[in-house]
Every structure is written in structure tokens, then in C-alpha cells.
Design a binder for this molecule. Structure first.
Ligand code: AMP
Ligand code: MG
Length: 340
């Protein structure tokens, strides 16, 4: 299949993307979190093609994107008061809310589940495409399954060229990690995936929110995943990544002492000058927003360092740092080395 490369700034290209979507096609679109691979959320056949194009496991549900809060009612059984309050506080934005689903949701969107996840993105291009198409759009991250999520149109092109109808370039994503996913289909509410809206922000509206153990720990054998996406190996480059916990000085000594083992570093901006091995920086030590924005691009480039192992610095699991931690710990297959 020939994939069209569209540009959101070119007249007619948003309408072209919308037309492809209305006809059952797939388009990679920018959002404020990561690029999404969009299809008509009410068309089971179109949604099935998303799984094929990505190589996504068939039991991993899709998030439905809307461009106006009034579209939410038709997708869910009902909208309880606490859900309305949460949406009022953080929509449009990087937050996905899970509720019991309405009958119009095709089984491909929520395979084997009684719920549906919905998000109202803030990105002007995402909203323009949804509005122009006139339908809610199912859109998981627009990467090949298992690869880091795409934060530029080039990442999408690299992974999915020839497998989808079009990519719509809208520049680099601002948040850089996927949306926060919270379930309001249970009590207390449950954080299934951390993102740009923090646990603290959720609790300011909802009161106590349970954090699913899979956010920070590998899923125990035999336990059913509350968020099926969390059970799969994710984001990993080919080269093994190991997280190193300890002070900056200890980290630098440790990494430099592995120079002969063809080690490389995934580090903070302030670490680079002291390192004697190849490295990629992903933001300042105390700047988790920047770390979130740069992490996936950094992970995509680690294999170019020609290293046998990459030692990574990782922020504490707080605030937006929890989202960075959650992605990096999966990229590292939960391997953590404690030094000091
Ligand atoms: P992605 O679309 O790649 O951003 O991934 C979406 C994530 O949200 C995956 O981890 C899914 O398992 C999770 N998810 C989506 N819908 C639901 C749902 N109805 N119930 C539980 N988890 C969901
Ligand atoms: Mg994904």
C-alpha cells in the first residue's frame, strides 16, 4: 500500500485525512501525548485493521478519541458525577477515562471487556481531524507493537509506511508519553497507566485513587492485567537497557568502569560531560516534563550507539516522573542495579 504523507499546515490535508478515516482507512495523527493510529471507532472492520498494521495483540483495547465532550454520552452506559468532575478539570488533555461501555462500541475496541476508554485530546490538529471526520476515532500509539511510541511523524513513517493509508504531520508531541489512564468503572478509582496528568492531580478531584501494582512492578504470574497493554514487553530497543539507581557520582563511576564492556549511557543532560562512553541525554535531572518529552526518541536512537549494554538514569516515581519511570522500567525489562 502507498502511504500518503500529509501535512497539517497544508490546505486540504486535514480534510483528506478525515476522508480516509470516514472511508474506513488508517491515518497516523498527532496528539499532545504521542502520535495515534486512528480509525473510525464505530467501525469494527476499520478497528481490526489497526491491530493488523501495528502487530498489536488482539486482546489489547483501544482508546476512543472525541473532539467535543457531547460525544462522550453515546459511547458509555452513563457518566457518573465524579467522571464529569474529572473531565471538567482535565479535558481536553492527556487523560483517558474508563467507564462501562455503550452497545455501539464494536468488540474490536474493547475485546472481551465491558468497558470503554475515552479521551478528549487538546492537540488542535487531533481535534480538527476528529471534527472533520465527524466520528469518534479509536487511536492507539502509532508504532509497531513493542517499539517505543512515536513522538514525530517521522517515527510513524519509519514504523508504518506501506501498512497504513496516511500519516498527518503536525510537528513534535508536547507531552511525549501516552495519556494517563484511570478507571472509574471500579471503586475506588484505579490508575492503570501514569501520564501527563499526575496521580496527585487525579486525587485532587477524586480523593483516594488506587495505583494498579502493574504500574511499577512486573505482573505476577497468573494475574489478569487490569490494563491488558501493561502485560506486554514494551518500548525496548534491541540493546539491553539496565536502570542504575544511586547518586550522580556513583552512576558516572559505574558507567565509566564498564567502558571496556562496550557500555553506553541513557543519562541526564548534566551527566554527559563526565562520561567516557557513548551516551544519549533525555533532559535535566529535575525536569521530568522534558524527560517525558524526550524519552521515546532517545530509546529509538539507543541502538545506533553500537553498545552491548545501556545503563540508564531514571527519575523517582513521583509526579510526571512516575510516567517516565513506568515506561523506562518496561524498556529495561524491570532490571535495576542498585549502587552506593
Ligand atoms: P495505547 O493505545 O497504545 O496508548 O494503549 C492504550 C492502553 O490503555 C493499553 O495499555 C490498554 O490496555 C489500556 N486500555 C484501553 N482501554 C482499556 C479498557 N477499556 N480497560 C482497561 N485498559 C484499557
Ligand atoms: Mg501503545
Amino acid at each position: 500500500m502507498k502511504t500518503e504523507f500529509l501535512n497539517a499546515g497544508t490546505p486540504g490535508h486535514i480534510e483528506r485525512a478525515a476522508q480516509i478515516l470516514r472511508e474506513g482507512g488508517l491515518v497516523g495523527i498527532p496528539t499532545e501525548t504521542v502520535y495515534g493510529l486512528a480509525a473510525n471507532a464505530l467501525d469494527g472492520k476499520a478497528c481490526a485493521r489497526i491491530f493488523e498494521a501495528k502487530g498489536r495483540p488482539v486482546d489489547n483495547p483501544l482508546i476512543v478519541h472525541i473532539s467535543d465532550i457531547s460525544q462522550w454520552d453515546a459511547l458509555v452506559k452513563e457518566i457518573p458525577e465524579r467522571a464529569r468532575k474529572l473531565a471538567e478539570a482535565y479535558w481536553p488533555g492527556p487523560l483517558t477515562i474508563i467507564l462501562p461501555k455503550a452497545d455501539c462500541i464494536p468488540q474490536e475496541v474493547s475485546p472481551g471487556l465491558e468497558t470503554v476508554s475515552v479521551r478528549f485530546p487538546s492537540h488542535p490538529v487531533a481535534r480538527a481531524v476528529i471534527s472533520a471526520a465527524g466520528i469518534p476515532l479509536a487511536a492507539p500509539s502509532a508504532n509497531l507493537s513493542g517499539r517505543p511510541s512515536p513522538t514525530t511523524a517521522e517515527h510513524v513513517w519509519h514504523d508504518l509506511k506501506g501498512r497504513i493509508e496516511a500519516v498527518l504531520d503536525g510537528g513534535e508531541c508536547g507531552v511525549g508519553v501516552e495519556s494517563t489512564v484511570v478507571s472509574l468503572a471500579c471503586d475506588p478509582p484505579r490508575l492503570l497507566r501514569p501520564g501527563g496528568i499526575t496521580l496527585e492531580q487525579l486525587e485532587a478531584v477524586l480523593g483516594h485513587v488506587e495505583v494498579d501494582p502493574a504500574v511499577t512492578h512486573p505482573l505476577a504470574e497468573g494475574v489478569k492485567a487490569a490494563s491488558p497493554g501493561m502485560k506486554y514487553k514494551h518500548y525496548a530497543p534491541k540493546v539491553p537497557v539496565k536502570i542504575v539507581e544511586g547518586s550522580r557520582e556513583a552512576y558516572i563511576d559505574f558507567v565509566n568502569s564498564h567502558k571496556k564492556d562496550k557500555a553506553a549511557a541513557l543519562c541526564y543532560d548534566g551527566d554527559a560531560a563526565a562520561l567516557e562512553v557513548p551516551y544519549i541525554c533525555y533532559g535535566g535531572e529535575n525536569d521530568p516534563d522534558c524527560q517525558a518529552r524526550e524519552l521515546f526518541d532517545a530509546l529509538r536512537h539507543l541502538d545506533e550507539l553500537d553498545a552491548e549494554v545501556v545503563f540508564a538514569r531514571c527519575p523517582p516515581p513521583e509526579g510526571v516522573g512516575l510516567a517516565v519511570y513506568n515506561r523506562l522500567i518496561r524498556a529495561a525489562g524491570f532490571e535495576v542495579i542498585h549502587i552506593d
